[in-house]
Design a protein around this ligand. Structure first.
Ligand code: ADP
Ligand code: MG
Length: 909
């Protein structure tokens, strides 16, 4: 019956509880047994005597033939008499040591003794038993799987040879940091079965026998090591990845007598050139190890001791079977053997169970775990799935919580968005209002265009792009046509104004030769203009009209011609008005006045003109009684008198009417002046409408271009990031403000209000478009930029400069009330205002908003103006009160107080 390998308790000196790796370490002495063979035939033949007695299993006594000498006693772990069979020797201790390799402990069985003492005989038997026992154990230990490997080598003359592959020649020894000394390229055969192992061992045996015959009893001088590597692990069901790993060395040493010859006697080996270095080192190592001194152990002095280092005082259980001859003739050699055996008894080994982690097994193990987890996940009722379920429930809760939070966040976002939207709409409405035609102009035709569409006309490019669809194209085309209608209407009215002036000039026959010539010239100019009054027929455009055609039509010079015409008309009016000043006292004046009454009637077909002109002599006039009286007088005078071309009054009535004539003269003068004024107002109104028309044209052009651009390719601007775009636009706006002499309060308001918020885009764009248009317009009119007009600005910029001056005066007055004394002084210092002087406030204000290139200057200027007009105090209310960007009603507000009223101011509107 084979049990698990166990160390004989008597041999265990002490044991550490565990190694860091968790393996148990056992310190034990080498197990030393002595086997005495029977006398062989040769010894029998020589009548040799048996010199040794075995009183018990542990004792060997030399039977000294000389009775006077005391018998020498030797004690060992076990002593086997010649009658003992090999299996008894094996089972008596070696078996236990050998089979400990099955449980992960390295083991070594030595056979030591002189030649022919029975080493090979014993080791052969032991090996057979080991093989048998190993396979018996494997068969019985089904819970573990075993892997056996075998290798075999021979050391002869310090040359290592592979017994399983002799062709490889001498093998090198290498030092491995983990495994210790290893034999390079030593074949290690995986053993498939007991028979396989026995066959391989047989091969080794055969190799040795070959050597024996060919190399002159070589085997007595060579060491043979059969090494079995046994790895075992619990089978898969146990799920363990660690396995036992141990080596079992079965060592058949060379004959020990050589040692005695070289070592004990100091003599050289007679028949060989080499001492047996390995055997010599082995005995030295054993002797040193047994001495207990911590001397240097010369393992490295021989191949054998290097290979078996672990077996000699290291991580291994070791059993040495010393074989001896019982013959008296071999007593000396036997005593040497027993001396070696005695030393070996004292050597302690530190064997531990070697555990290794098999990568293959680890991988397999992990795969199994994964498979198990997967199957658990699939089956809802498994134990770990209960745990998973609770995890899922928890996760579900978290998801719900996050969803709630997200909802709340979305709600807050929507609120913020709607607030933004409202704010934006508010801005847009203001802008839309300012860009609208007057109610009168829009009343009828604009109804076809939805209000939302009109509002969106000025939306920023992105918005336009988003909203412009084919329907928008149609709407845009409709707006262009509406624009053209208005343009045509204005053209007609301008023509009427021209007619009016024509009549006025025609009837004006007063004055000297020079003025007559002037009027004649004027008349011819008017006639020329009238000739060119070819108002284009309204273009009939289908619904599928091309926007490019619309652009071409918009790009026509009609508005410019219209503006020019109105300028001329105004010039004539001015001339006419001045001529009245001089003609007032002339005799012809009365006659002239008589004709005045007819003039307004000519314009009565224009509802705008009716509204505008309230001529004192007009029957439609609802002026006071003062106007009615002269009217009736004029009518009666026209009936009773014949108008003379020379203007000579009728003498019969001169005296009687002298008082009335004077009165009438004054009344007519007043009426004429008022009439001229009204005509002038009318023309001014026309001009304002033309200006607005021009602006509308610009906007329409922009929209068409945007729409076309949207359908063809992305413009550079659209690709520009808003913050960059904002900065760029603001720079342009600041420059244009400067060039166009825009109100610095307006500049400040705008600058302070629009600081780059995305919602500001629409304002920025509108401001930029207007200013660009204005600058171009002024440049066209003045043939130079307003800023280049210098100290003698043209008439149309003069008023804006005047307004700016007034504005600066107004602001200067507020310096003392709005700024503290200390703050004032600091500003004077900062803005290089002279330390003393009367006009310091004005000097400071005059320096503000004068350097459009300097952003810091602009910023500080805006801050100062903002303080002076109190923007800072009113906070957000600024937004509501500020930008009445409306062309329509400038009259009741100071021009510089409202941003865009300056246009009419500039244009003398
Ligand atoms: P060694 O290997 O030590 O040189 P061997 O094992 O070759 O010696 O033994 C020499 C001879 O002695 C062999 O023929 C062997 O059969 C025989 N022999 C050795 N020991 C015994 C034994 N215990 N019983 C019977 N014969 C033995
Ligand atoms: Mg032998």
């Amino acid at each position: 019956m084979i049990g698990l390998p166990r160390t004989p308790s008597s041999k265990i000196n002490r044991a550490n509880p565990s190694t860091p790796g968790g393996s148990r370490v056992t310190e034990e002495n080498i197990l030393v047994t002595v086997r005495m063979r029977p006398l062989n035939s040769r010894e029998h033949a020589k009548y040799d005597l048996i010199a040794w007695d075995c009183p018990d299993d542990h004792t060997l006594v030399f039977k000294n033939p000389n009775p006077e000498r005391a018998a020498t006693k030797y004690s060992f772990d076990k002593v086997y008499e010649p009658t003992c069979a090999t299996h008894e020797v094996y089972e008596g201790g070696s078996r236990d040591v050998a089979l400990s390799a099955l449980a992960g402990t390295n083991a070594t069985i030595f056979a030591y003794g002189q030649t022919s003492s029975g080493k090979t005989f014993t080791m052969r038997g032991v090996t057979n038993s080991v093989v048998k026992d190993i396979y018996e154990h494997i068969r019985k230990t089904q819970e573990r799987s075993f892997v056996l490997k075998v290798s075999a080598l021979e050391i002869y003359n310090e040359t290592v040879v592979d017994l399983l592959n002799r062709d490889t020649g001498p093998l090198r020894l290498l030092d491995d940091p983990e495994k210790g000394t290893i034999v390079e390229n030593l074949v290690e055969e995986v053993v498939e079965s007991r028979q396989h192992l026995q066959r391989l061992i047989g091969i080794c045996e055969g190799q040795r026998q070959v050597g024996e015959t060919t190399l002159n009893n070589k085997s007595s001088r060579s060491h043979q090591i059969i090494r079995l590597t046994i790895q075992s692990s619990l089978r898969e069901i146990a799920g363990r990845v660690q396995s036992f790993m141990a080596t079992l060395n079965l060592v058949d040493l060379a004959g020990s007598e050589r040692v005695s010859q070289t070592n004990a006697d100091g003599l050289r080996l007679k028949e060989g050139n080499h001492i047996n270095q390995s055997l010599l080192t082995l005995t030295t190592v054993i002797r040193k190890l047994s001495s207990g001194k911590k001397d240097h152990i010369p393992y490295r002095n021989s191949k054998l001791t290097r290979i078996l280092q672990n077996s000699l005082g290291g991580n291994s259980r070791t059993a040495i079977i010393c074989t001896i001859s019982p013959a008296l003739s071999h007593v000396a050699q036997t005593k040497k053997t027993l001396s070696f055996a005695t030393s070996a008894k004292e050597v302690t080994n530190c064997a531990k169970v070697n555990m290794v982690v098999s990568e293959k097994l680890l991988l397999k193990h992990l795969q199994q775990k994964v498979a198990k987890l997967e199957s658990e996940l699939r089956s809802p009722e498994s134990s770990s799935s209960t745990c998973l379920k609770s995890l899922l429930v928890e996760r579900e809760k978290k998801i719900q919580q996050m969803e709630t939070e997200m909802k709340e966040l979305k709600r807050q976002r929507d609120i913020a968005q709607s607030q933004l939207e409202q704010e934006r709409k508010g801005k847009e409405q203001k802008v839309a209002r300012c860009l609208s035609y007057t109610a009168q102009e829009e009343s009828t035709p604009s109804k076809s265009v939805p209000r939302s569409r009109r509002t969106s006309r000025v939306k920023r490019k992105d918005n336009v792009r988003q909203s412009l669809t084919s329907a928008d194209r149609t709407a845009l085309a409709q707006e262009i046509r509406l624009f053209e209608k208005n343009q045509k209407k204005l053209g007609e009215e301008a023509n009427q104004a021209l007619d009016l002036i024509h009549k006025e000039v025609t009837s004006h026959k007063l004055g000297d030769q020079q003025s007559a010539e002037k009027f004649a010239k004027m008349l011819s100019e008017i006639r020329d203009m009238q000739k060119s009054n070819l108002i284009p027929e309204e273009t009939v455009v289908g619904d599928e009209s091309n926007l490019k055609e619309e652009i071409n039509r918009l790009n026509s010079e009609e508005i410019a011609a219209l503006e020019k015409k109105l300028e001329t008309v105004q010039k004539f009016i001015d001339m006419l008005a001045s001529s009245y000043q001089t003609d007032e006292e002339t005799p012809e004046f009365r006659t002239q006045m008589k004709k005045k009454r007819v003039l307004p009637f000519g314009l009565s077909n224009s509802p705008n003109l009716q509204h505008m002109i309230r001529a004192p002599c007009s029957p439609l006039s609802s002026s006071g009684t003062e106007n009615k009286a002269p009217e009736s007088n004029v009518v009666s005078a026209r009936d009773s008198r014949t108008p003379s071309k020379e203007g000579t009054p009728v003498s019969s009535s001169r005296q009687a009417n002298s008082v009335d004539v004077k009165r009438m003269k004054r009344m007519f003068t007043n009426a004429a002046e008022e009439n001229i004024r009204n005509i002038k107002d009318y023309v001014t109104g026309l001009k304002e409408r033309v200006a607005k028309l021009q602006y509308q044209k610009q906007l329409l052009l922009c929209q068409v271009i945007e729409l076309e651009g949207n359908e063809t390719a992305e413009s550079d601007e659209s690709q520009m990031e808003w913050p960059l775009c904002f900065e760029e636009q603001r720079k342009q706006i600041i420059m244009l403000w400067h060039l166009c002499h825009i109100s610095i309060i307006h500049r400040t308001q705008f600058y302070m209000l629009f600081k780059g918020d995305p919602a500001d885009q629409i304002y920025m764009e509108v401001e930029l478009r207007r200013l660009t248009w204005l600058e171009q317009h002024l440049a066209e009119l003045g043939n130079a930029s307003p800023a280049l007009l210098g100290d003698e600005p043209a008439s149309y910029v003069a008023s804006s400069i005047r307004a700016l001056k007034q504005e600066r005066e107004y602001l200067a007055k507020r310096v003392n009330t709005k700024l503290g004394a200390e703050e004032r002084e600091m500003l004077y210092l900062k803005w290089d205002v002279a330390p003393v002087g009367k006009q310091r406030r004005q000097q400071l204000i005059n320096k503000l908003w004068t350097d459009p290139h300097n952003t810091e200057h602009v910023k500080e200027s805006a801050e100062i103006v903002a303080k002076l007009v109190g923007f800072c105090d009113s906070g957000e209310n600024i937004r509501k009160e500020m930008f009445e960007l409306n062309f329509a009603s400038p009259a009741d507000k100071k021009t510089w107080m409202m941003g865009w009223n300056f246009i009419s101011n500039f244009l003398h509107l």
